[in-house]
Design a protein around this ligand. Structure first.
Ligand SMILES: [Zn+2]
Length: 115
């Protein structure tokens, strides 16, 4: 293996790792990894165009969503402090939900109850 081949391989692997890390922060880790594998350094630019994080229904700010939440993301928007509740994008009784799980979670504004 020549020295230049080694450098290309190193840059490609670094791009894969970078794409995965950025994709994970934006809710698309596998897509990030795939872009890194297929496009190399160009994948780093492409993954920056993709953002699958859920948005606040009130201010449309991006919300942090981690798989660790399972049932959803934050209870209140970090931008506008609106109270949020989370629901599955899929009807829980649909065939898709039965076979593929709940799917992506969507934030809804919780109605205010203060009088
Ligand atoms: Zn908000």
């Amino acid at each position: 293996m020549s020295e230049s081949t080694g450098w290309v391989l190193l840059v490609w692997l670094g791009s894969c790792l970078g794409c995965y890390v950025i994709g994970r922060a934006r809710g698309a880790p596998l897509l990030g990894l795939l872009l890194g594998l297929l496009c190399g350094p160009l994948g780093l630019l492409l993954i920056l165009l993709i953002d699958r994080r859920p948005v606040c229904p009130v201010c449309h700010g991006r919300l942090i969503f981690a798989a660790a939440y399972q049932q959803g993301g934050p209870k209140c928007c970090p931008h506008c402090k609106a109270r949020l509740r989370w629901r599955s994008a899929r009807d829980p009784h649909s065939a898709a939900a039965v076979y593929f799980g709940n799917g992506p979670m969507i934030a809804e504004a919780e109605p205010t109850t203060d009088n």
